[in-house]
Structures are given as structure tokens and as C-alpha cells.
Design a protein around this ligand. Structure first.
Ligand SMILES: [Zn+2]
Length: 334
């Protein structure tokens, strides 16, 4: 064989190899997609039925809130929980001189506990005493974060409860997609605080299931659910959650400590969760959703049709960066 013929044979062999490789890759993609589709189907089928709030998600127990208040140790924080200012006295005695005052959401550095009082550090240095009953000594798995143009809801609305399902292991992805650090853009956080105050007057406090959701989680969720009615398509723009402008919400009764009866468990991707399904909800569930909706709309939040729990603020205001890693350490200690 002359050199030319040899070259031609070589090129031919190369082409055949490339063709075989392409066919193999295509086959793999088809098999992989079919497998993913089957998994999605199984995951969606595994969702609970029309039962009322059972604390279950996808057949798995929802993340358990573990931050039960414990007495803070020296140097730890407590947060002011009352709408009216709380005086800070020079001694553990309300007849002693007032040195300072704390208001809702203020952070207190606790130096010790003395009976009904916390000994605390004053903003200008020195020490004072406040009544413990007006403060919550919550501890969190992650430190508070300081993001420009945003509020950490743990200190901003200190009596709210947080159960960020996508930031824990028990969700449709089967693992935590980001750290459980709840933040919202400033204006949105301000509106949510107004709502929290209105709910408190009616005898409820917030239970927050999601707030800022990084874009990487939006991609992951969308690739599983593939249904933009429930997970907004991040390949287009994403969700208001990705910009710190949306919150997934339920309410806790201040008297019983129980969550209100809502139409479905949180993040149930079924038509029963849609506002248009209200005829299939119980009278109590309808009343609860209506009350929550009325307050949220009155302060400026919008609703969406497919999810009773979702509220977003689409008006004037900034947008947060869409894919922050809040537990990276960049946002601790201002
Ligand atoms: Zn939402």
C-alpha cells in the first residue's frame, strides 16, 4: 500500500472510532435522562397525600428545629423580643437608674444570669441589667451574617422560627443545598417585619421555610422537578428567592405553640397547594391561608397561584447577588 492509501485507511478508522464514541455518548445520555426521569417520578409520587400539615415532606420527616432556647453563657447573645423599649438598669432592680434601652431585634451581649435578670454589656462599655423575659437566648448552628443590603432574619425577627427545608437533608434533593442562614433584601425584610408585627397582634408568629435561596440550589431543584410552576426556571431568570425578595411562610399560634393547619405540607409540588384548589381545602385551612394572605398583601407582598406559602416583593428595591455562599466566612463579623 502506498502512503496515500495508508493515510486514507487511517482517516477512515479514525472516523469510525469517532462515530462509535458519539453513539456511545448519546446512548449514555438517553439512559441517564430516563433514569433521572424515573427518579423524579418516584420522588413526586412519594409525596404525601391530601393530609393536613403533618410535618412530612416527600415521605420523610421535615427537619427538626434544634435551636431550643438555652441560657446563654458569658459573651453569648440574646435578642430583644418586644415591640416596646426595654430599660436597662444599673442594678437588678427596676428602681435603680436607667442606663440604656433595647428595642425589638436588638442584640444583647449577656455577661451572666442573676435571677430574673441578665447582666449585660452596654453599647458604650460598662454593664447593666435587663429583665430576661423580654429576650430570647437562641443559639444558632451558624453565626449571624452581615450582608450589605440584607438582614439576617434570625436577629431581625427574633421570635420567628426557621426550618429551611432546602438547607437540610430532608427535601426532594436528599441533601442540604446551602447553609441554613435566612436572609432577605432590606426592603423585603422591612415589609416582613411589618407583617410579623401585624401577625403578632392577631396572636401568631412567623415560621419561615425559605428566604434567600442561592442560584445553585435553584438549578439543582429545577433539574429535579422540571416544572416551572413550582421551581422557577433558573436558566431564564430564576425565582425572587434567588435575589432575596421572596419568603415561604407559615404561622405558629402564640398560645398553643402549634403551627396552623394549612392545605398541604410545605413545598408539596401538587395542584392541591394551588390557590385555585381552595374548594378542596377545609374551611379552617381556607381561613388560615386567607388571613396570612391578607396581612402579607397589606404590607406589599405579592402571591403566586401555585403555592399557598410563597410571598414575594416585586416593587422598588435592590436585588441581592444571586449565588452567595453565606457560610463561606466572608459574611461573618462586620
Ligand atoms: Zn417560595
Amino acid at each position: 500500500m502506498d502512503q496515500r492509501k495508508k493515510d486514507r485507511v487511517l482517516v477512515l478508522i479514525l472516523c469510525v472510532c469517532l462515530l462509535l464514541a458519539a453513539v456511545a455518548v448519546a446512548a449514555l445520555v438517553v439512559v441517564h435522562n430516563a433514569y433521572r426521569a424515573r427518579l423524579n417520578e418516584q420522588a413526586l409520587q412519594a409525596r404525601p397525600g391530601a393530609a393536613a400539615n403533618s410535618g412530612m415532606l416527600g415521605g420523610m420527616p421535615a427537619a427538626v428545629v434544634t435551636d431550643e432556647p438555652e441560657e446563654p453563657e458569658e459573651g453569648e447573645f440574646a435578642y430583644c423580643m418586644t415591640a416596646f423599649p426595654v430599660s436597662c438598669y444599673s442594678e437588678a432592680d427596676p428602681a435603680s437608674p436607667i442606663l440604656d434601652a433595647f428595642s425589638f431585634g436588638d442584640r444583647l451581649t449577656v455577661l451572666g444570669t442573676e435571677g430574673d435578670w441578665y447582666r449585660c454589656r452596654l453599647s458604650g462599655g460598662g454593664e447593666g441589667f435587663v429583665l430576661r423575659e423580654y429576650f430570647t437566648p437562641r443559639r444558632y448552628e451558624y453565626p449571624l451574617v452581615y450582608v450589605s443590603g440584607a438582614r439576617d432574619l434570625r436577629s431581625w425577627i427574633p421570635d420567628a422560627e426557621f426550618d429551611l427545608l432546602f438547607a437540610g437533608p430532608d427535601n426532594i434533593a436528599g441533601h442540604a443545598m446551602y447553609a441554613p442562614i435566612p436572609i432577605l433584601e432590606d426592603t423585603t425584610a422591612e415589609l416582613l417585619l411589618q407583617a410579623a408585627e401585624a401577625f403578632r397582634l392577631r396572636g401568631y408568629r412567623l415560621k419561615i421555610y425559605d428566604s434567600y435561596r442561592p442560584k445553585r440550589a435553584q438549578f439543582e431543584l429545577y433539574d429535579i422537578v422540571h416544572d416551572s410552576r413550582y421551581i422557577a426556571n433558573p436558566y431564564v431568570w430564576g425565582s425572587w428567592h434567588n435575589y432575596g425578595r421572596a419568603v415561604d411562610l407559615s404561622l405558629i399560634d402564640l398560645e398553643t405553640g402549634e403551627e396552623l393547619d394549612m392545605p398541604t405540607p410545605m413545598h408539596t409540588f401538587r395542584t392541591l397547594a394551588a390557590r385555585g384548589s381552595r374548594d378542596r381545602w377545609t374551611e379552617e385551612q381556607r381561613a388560615n391561608v386567607d388571613m396570612m394572605t391578607e396581612v402579607m398583601r397589606s404590607v406589599g407582598f405579592n402571591t403566586i397561584e401555585t403555592e399557598w406559602w410563597h410571598f414575594e416583593y416585586t416593587g422598588e428595591g435592590a436585588m441581592l447577588e444571586d449565588d452567595m455562599v453565606l457560610d463561606s466566612g466572608d459574611y461573618y463579623n462586620p
